[in-house]
Ligand binder design. Structure first.
Ligand code: ADP
Ligand code: GLC
Length: 495
């Protein structure tokens, strides 16, 4: 089976969050199941730099935003198709924001072009390769099924089925109604049941309206998305399409995130060699200039600093954490007010709170290895990956009971402790008070060495790889191909 992935980020080429981790790992897990994946990415400078000089170039013709070429090559284990349109993508840094920190004003053209290119590859093929289906991701890939469904009769006849994965519904790709002519979208689709969203063009809305299947990144988030609190205006459509929707948990790359061989940490360790984790703890404490003799656990945060992540609640609960003799280290970047508030907390609590503002991949590994617990107090979290890295590194997750956090961490309540299944701590509602309680529960558990070590061991053995989830995607792909074959047969017989 041949699958075209369409995405705006992919580790190790370009990353702003978990989407990149998923696109960087899932194709490999699907390949192990005999599925051939090619990944279509915009040719950002970092993507171009990773392509071999002799990458094959194919002219793909006119797209929204100009004439484009595709550069096709194998790079870093991926079979890449890079959409080369320098006037749109030859911009270094964050893939969505300009130097002023605001969205690029032509983002509709940039990702419209990506989707148009995907639809062309899907219907006409590239260099003799044509996918059996398209798997597109988030709003940046949202227009692919719209182009496939609203094209000419010839294009529609050649169109393979498409599945869209929602990684985060808070980003919907909304643009003024007038952009639809630049995007080459027909007026017939500018309706409630098409790509229109309250008078605007909605990229994600288009994906949800036209894709054969919809997935999201955890079963709980799939349920949450049908409610107004989480669906953000798309809950009606999602509930309507419930039969086409599946929640599949993200996995993690077990090679990149492996405490036994991670080059970014101070000392390798494993479930049967836990003592070496303490060397990482010492290295982390030194890196953040923490004072040595804290009696409580060392908590860490590795996160975008945005309202989604609930880190304002952590600032409120901080006095309770410090009163228990615990320590906190934070690595994050994002909203200026949160960056400032955490920097202030570090200044006011030297030796007890350490903060690095910015993005630092190697440091994020050392934090997972060195901390005792990782805090993820998100208001909503489609899946979340840092709690999965925490499990793998024996760094117990303390998480809000929402989305994928609820699905991946087993709370250390009394029953779970008695039956020996707990891997972390959950709290609900998502308030500073409940977070503070969870932090105190974590401190209590930390003081009970036998309980804590048992939980660490269990966490490290918890399956967090891609195997099960890749098989779940493969099952959906097969069902899609079967549906298409059935439809073709039905239309041939005129039934
Ligand atoms: P989201 O995609 O919503 O940001 P996830 O938990 O799915 O949340 O993924 C976040 C990814 O980004 C993880 O790989 C995490 O380690 C990484 N990350 C977030 N902030 C930073 C940072 N400041 N430095 C390094 N890595 C970070
Ligand atoms: C989004 C979500 C996060 C998820 C990631 C990868 O960025 O916020 O919860 O883990 O996508 O699917």
């Amino acid at each position: 089976m041949k699958v075209l992935f369409v995405a705006s980020e992919c580790v190790p080429f370009i990353k702003t969050g978990g989407l990149a981790d998923v696109i960087g790992a899932l194709p490999g897990a699907l390949a192990a199941l005999g599925i051939e994946v090619r990944v279509l990415l915009p040719a950002y400078p970092s993507v171009n730099a990773a392509l071999p000089k002799k990458a094959k170039t194919v002219v793909i013709g006119k797209l929204p935003g100009g004439r484009a070429r595709l550069r096709a090559a194998k790079a870093k284990g991926f079979d890449l198709l890079a959409l080369d349109l320098p006037q749109l993508f030859d911009r270094p840094g964050n893939p969505y924001l300009g130097p002023d920190g605001k969205d690029w004003p032509d983002n509709h053209l940039r990702f419209g072009a990506l989707c148009r290119a995907a639809a062309r590859i899907a219907t006409e093929g590239v260099g003799g390769w044509r996918p059996d289906l398209v798997h597109t991701h988030d709003w940046q890939g949202g227009l692919v099924p719209a182009y496939l469904k609203l094209g000419s009769a010839k294009e529609r006849a050649a169109a393979p089925p498409c599945v869209i994965t929602i990684h985060n519904i808070a980003f919907q790709g909304l643009f003024p109604a007038t952009t639809r002519s630049e995007l080459g979208l027909p007026d017939s689709g500018f309706t409630h049941s098409g790509f229109e969203f309250f008078g605007q063009v909605g990229f994600l809305k288009a994906g949800l309206a036209y894709a054969e299947r919809i997935t999201t990144v955890s079963p709980t988030y799939a349920r949450e998305l049908t409610t107004p609190e989480f669906g953000l205006g798309l809950e009606g459509l999602i509930a309507h399409r419930r039969a086409a929707l599946t929640g599949i948990l993200n996995g993690i790359d077990l090679e990149v995130w492996n405490p036994e061989s991670d080059p970014a940490i101070a000392a390798p360790y494993a479930v049967n060699r836990l003592a070496a984790k303490l060397k990482n703890r010492a290295a982390l404490a030194e890196r953040f200039r923490l004072d040595g003799a804290a009696p409580g656990p060392l908590f860490c945060v590795v996160s975008r600093l945005t309202r989604q992540k609930g880190l304002d609640l952590l600032l409120e609960a901080l006095p309770r954490l410090l009163d228990r003799g615990a320590r906190l280290v934070v690595l994050g970047s994002g909203d200026a007010d949160l960056e400032k508030a955490f920097a202030t907390a570090a200044r006011e609590n030297p030796g007890r709170v350490g903060v690095v503002t910015g993005y630092d991949e190697p440091l994020s590994h050392l934090m997972q290895a060195g901390a005792d617990a990782i805090l993820v107090p998100s208001r909503f979290e489609p899946c979340g990956l840092t709690q999965l890295y925490g499990l793998r590194y024996g760094t117990l997750p303390v998480v809000a009971r929402t989305g994928g956090l609820a699905d991946t961490v087993i709370d250390a309540n009394e029953a779970a402790r008695l039956s020996g299944v707990a891997t972390g701590f959950q709290f609900s509602p998502v308030t500073a008070a409940a977070l503070g309680d969870a932090i105190e529960r974590t401190c209590d558990a930390f003081a009970d060495r036998k309980l804590w070590t048992g939980m660490m061991r269990r966490a490290m053995k918890h399956p967090v790889g891609w195997q099960t989830s890749a098989a779940a995607y493969a099952k959906i792909y097969s069902a899609m191909l079967k549906d298409t074959a059935l439809q073709t047969a039905t239309s041939r017989t005129g039934a």
